[in-house]
Structures are given as structure tokens and as C-alpha cells.
Design a protein around this ligand. Structure first.
Ligand code: SF4
Length: 314
């Protein structure tokens, strides 16, 4: 869970963003060229926030699609910093619009997501929780941009695995830029979204006549009747349920042996339902499905490190 940023932090972030984007993104371009080594020869800065005064989501999304696909089509390298592009992903059947800070195109044939962050980098170190949140956010943008290009016939590899974070450095507002590889996070986001079903699908899969009503035609329903009804619906337990829901102990016992008891993040990143599957893939006793090759590789490596570490302690 991330703490809500204070007003002061938000104001500082907005001020820093305005600073690096001022004068057509002059500071930003210098950073991208000199510190990050992107070859953006003659870059322009184009703000996609409004189109002829229209700030509607669909209008902004269509405009972003048109501008970015035109660049993808062009054989020219270098080009434009697109400010406030509008992207879209589908979450459980619903469109969700997203607004990255910037898309930098096209360096070495790649599009880069650029995020201006307000957390400071001090002596080369940034707060781990803030970086983790920023990486996940950037991964969602990379995924969304890939989906946009893929759905218009372009290769999704046009979008770099690396996002660029621009942060204030050492208690002053001197900008600092770093490339961060978010490949694993993008794969986790993809798996997470693939596993989400829309509400109609969820409802249509519920057993006919299912009810959680405490009273039936014959009066109060027994605890066993209520439990039998609850067991017909898969629990979505996560350890955080213990703090928020009276059903937590029941759901936890229902989910014994499932990856859910290890936490939502573990379940979503693994995209595997049971601990048995995880152990089987890690030990190589279970063959991965076509969509599990990547997880299996990561799990085998983790198992190998664990075995090496335990071996060295003996
Ligand atoms: S404990 Fe509550 S919130 Fe958690 S899965 Fe069960 S019913 Fe849902």
C-alpha cells in the first residue's frame, strides 16, 4: 500500500515537472542526450493535452494514436517529445485511460516512456518503495503503448523495455535521469490483465440459485448452509484481508495451498494458482505451459540461488 502524497510533495512534483519541461523541454532534452545517451538529433516538443481546446478523453486518445502511429510509420529517427500523451488499456472488459508524463521518440528506432518523478535521488540512492511504485506505473505505460502500436499493425518491440525516470538530485531541483529496465514488471502487468474477467463473465459463472441470504423460506439458514454457498465461490484471499474483512479466516482456510495466501503481489506476479505448481516449476518436476515459460525460468533460477545459498551454509 502506498501512502497518499502530501500537498507539499504534489506541489513540489508539479514545480519540478514544469521546470524540466520548460522551453520546449530544453532541460529534458539535454538530459536524454547527454546523461542517458539517447540520440535525439532534432527534437520537437509537442503537447497532446488538448486538441483545439478539446480535452475529452476519446479525442485525446485518438490524437495520441494518430501522432504516435505516424511517427512509427516514418523511417526517420529522432523527432519529438510527446507531452501528456493519452493511452488506454482494457481492465476486466473496461477501458481505462492513462496519461504518462512523456513519450520520447524515436531514438535508435525505439519509443521511450519518460516519467518525471518528485522523489529525490540522494547520493545515487532513491527510496525503494517510491522506485518500486514508479517502476510498476512505467510498466503499465509501456504495456499500454505496446498495445496501441500492436493494435495498429506495428511491432510492439518498438517500445523500449527501459523507462526513463527524471528526478531531483541531492535536495536541489537539479534534474537527474536514469534508465530503468521494467521488462519483468511489464510481463507481470500483462499476466495480471489477462487473468481479469469482466463482471458479466464472473456473474454468469456463478452457480444457479446461489444465495448468501441469512434467511430462507423456512426461516434462518444454518451455518452449514451458508458455508456451503460460500464454498461455491472461489475465495480471493490476500493477507491484507485480515485487516479489513470479517471473512478473512474462512477465506484463508479455503485457499490453503494457493498462492493467494502468500499475498496479492506474489499471486499476480506468478500468475500461478497453487504453491504446488510453483514448487513443481521451480524444481523442474513440472513442465511449464506455453504461457508459463518465463515464470518457470525465473522460478528455476530462484531455486538454484536458494540451493546454492543453503549449500554454502552447510
Ligand atoms: S476475506 Fe473478505 S475480502 Fe478477502 S477474499 Fe474473503 S470475502 Fe473477499
Amino acid at each position: 500500500m502506498y501512502a497518499k502524497p502530501s500537498r507539499m510533495v504534489l506541489a513540489r512534483g508539479a514545480q519540478f515537472e514544469a521546470q524540466v519541461k520548460a522551453s520546449g523541454g530544453a532541460q529534458l532534452l539535454t538530459l536524454l542526450r547527454e546523461d542517458i545517451g539517447l540520440s535525439i538529433p532534432e527534437a520537437e516538443h509537442e503537447d497532446l493535452k488538448t486538441i483545439g481546446g478539446n480535452e475529452g478523453k476519446l479525442a485525446r486518445y485518438r490524437n495520441t494514436v494518430q501522432r504516435l502511429t505516424a511517427v512509427a510509420r516514418s523511417a526517420q529517427d529522432g523527432g519529438t517529445l510527446f507531452d501528456h500523451p493519452y493511452l488506454k488499456i482494457t481492465v476486466a472488459g473496461y477501458d481505462v485511460f492513462l496519461e504518462p508524463d512523456l513519450v520520447a521518440v524515436k531514438s535508435g528506432g525505439k519509443f521511450y516512456i519518460v516519467e518525471v518523478k518528485s522523489f529525490s535521488v540522494i547520493d545515487g540512492q532513491a527510496p525503494a518503495a517510491a522506485v518500486e511504485g514508479a517502476e510498476l506505473q512505467a510498466a503499465v505505460y509501456v504495456y499500454a503503448l505496446r498495445e496501441l502500436l500492436r493494435s495498429h499493425g506495428f511491432d510492439e518491440d518498438l517500445v523500449a523495455d527501459e523507462a526513463i525516470f527524471v528526478c531531483p538530485q541531492n535536495f536541489i531541483n537539479k534534474p537527474f535521469a536514469a534508465r530503468v529496465n521494467v521488462r519483468n514488471q511489464v510481463a507481470a502487468v500483462r499476466r495480471m490483465l489477462m487473468r481479469m474477467h469482466d463482471l458479466d463473465t464472473i456473474l454468469s459463472n456463478l452457480p444457479a440459485g446461489l444465495t448468501f441470504a441469512l434467511r430462507g423460506p423456512a426461516g434462518s439458514r444454518s451455518a452449514e448452509e451458508l458455508k456451503a454457498g460460500l464454498r461455491l465461490v472461489p475465495a480471493r484471499y490476500a493477507p491484507s484481508c485480515l485487516d479489513t474483512c470479517e471473512m478473512a479466516r474462512f477465506c484463508r482456510s479455503e485457499e490453503q495451498g494457493s498462492t493467494a495466501v502468500l499475498g496479492r503481489q506474489v499471486r499476480e506476479e506468478l500468475a500461478l494458482d497453487t504453491i504446488g505448481e510453483v514448487v513443481g516449476l521451480a524444481r523442474g518436476t513440472r513442465l511449464p505451459g506455453l504461457d508459463q515459460v518465463e515464470q518457470a525460468e525465473l522460478l528455476r533460477r530462484a531455486q538454484q540461488y536458494r540451493d546454492e545459498l543453503l549449500g554454502s551454509l552447510m
